[in-house]
Design a protein around this ligand. Structure first.
Ligand code: PEP
Ligand code: MN
Length: 333
């Protein structure tokens, strides 16, 4: 709300005094000359705190507040929302939620074992891809539709909800039927035809950030989903392309803080795809929670050494449990 906001003042007021009162509310302003000799107006700096309009007009000397129309009004209207997904509440008072599971659903036995391990860790949602967006056509592409039924059955047995990625328009209905929240992957963030098809199902969507997408483009992709009928959009930061191959991607925690504290959106962090190596995931998880994440999406596998995709970043049961305990401790603080 604060970016693109102007405050007009009553004639003859002490501008410095009004600015001081506004600053006490957390609003940083710059005086701009009024038109046609009228009193000056104040431009609100984008880094200012979110302050309701009624509190601004209550400041002595303020005449009115004007806000430029937003390019993503439906996303803005989600500000502060709590998103029910299965038995989880994302952005709710209970603290950050844990979503965990393997990169790929590989077999019925594997996803059953993964579900047990994820439930024991205290996660609320089970993740796992049936359709995998792989860079090489010769890499494992996912089992496909059969894996969706395995995933659902395993999750239900242990009382978890399901988040899974839809890769193509042809699979949208089947994925939406079996998932509590539909995942749109980084590579598809701006696949507008897919966004529209997913939106039509009315399901909540976890929208991963395109690895080269600006925050504004991400918000606009969320607007596509909400305009098309999605019940909610949960934004998931998963690392953007950096220049340094030491880590797989560059986790943009500034964007997480921006989405959470300025745009007040439900936001999750996937440290697994961000850093790409299991040893750094506990540290990045702590950092994500400190930046304001409403949840973590973490890859974990019952036998990480045998994973058919993303094994290097898969946590085993013990480390997943450590991360989960740290999340609980952080929520209790
Ligand atoms: C995934 O979550 O399995 C995945 C492929 O993630 P991303 O779209 O972020 O690469
Ligand atoms: Mn993966």
């Amino acid at each position: 709300m604060m970016s693109g906001t102007w405050i007009t003042l009553q004639p003859g007021v002490d501008v410095a005094a009004v600015r001081a009162s506004l600053q006490a509310l957390g609003l940083w302003t710059e005086a701009i000359l009024g038109t046609q000799g009228g009193p000056p107006a104040l431009a609100v700096a984008p880094h200012s705190r979110h302050v309701p309009v009624r509190d601004i007009v209550a400041v002595p000397g303020v005449q009115d507040v004007m806000t430029a129309p937003s390019a993503h009004p439906r996303v803005d209207a989600q500000a502060g929302v709590q998103v029910p997904v299965g038995r989880a509440l994302i952005g709710g008072p209970g603290g950050a939620v844990l979503v965990a599971g393997p990169c790929s659903v590989e077999s019925e036995e594997q996803i059953e074992a993964a579900a047990d391990m994820v439930a024991r860790a205290g996660a609320v949602l089970l993740r796992g891809g049936a359709f995998k967006p792989r860079v090489s056509p010769y890499s494992f592409q996912g089992v496909g539709r059969t894996a969706l039924t395995w995933l659902r059955r395993a999750a239900e047995r242990v009382g978890l909800g399901v988040v899974t990625e839809v890769l193509g328009e042809a699979d949208v209905d089947e994925v939406a039927e079996l998932a509590d929240m539909v995942q749109v992957g980084s590579r598809n963030m701006q696949n507008f035809a897919l966004l529209r098809a997913v939106a039509r199902t009315g399901r909540p969507v976890m929208l991963k950030r395109g690895m080269t997408a600006r925050v504004e483009d991400w918000l606009l992709a969320g607007e596509h989903l909400l305009a098309g009928g999605a019940s909610h959009v949960v934004f998931c930061e998963r690392g953007i392309v950096g220049f340094d191959p030491s880590t797989r991607n560059l986790l943009d925690l500034g964007a997480v803080a921006l989405l959470k504290h300025v745009h007040r959106q439900p936001v999750m962090v996937d440290p697994s795809h961000a850093v790409g190596r299991r040893d750094l995931i506990p540290a990045l998880s702590r950092a994500a929670l400190a930046a304001g994440a409403d949840g973590l999406v973490i890859e974990a596998h019952p036998e990480p050494g045998r994973a058919l995709s993303d094994g290097a970043q898969a946590l085993d049961e013990q480390v997943l449990g450590d991360v989960a305990r740290e999340m609980k401790a952080a929520a209790a603080r």
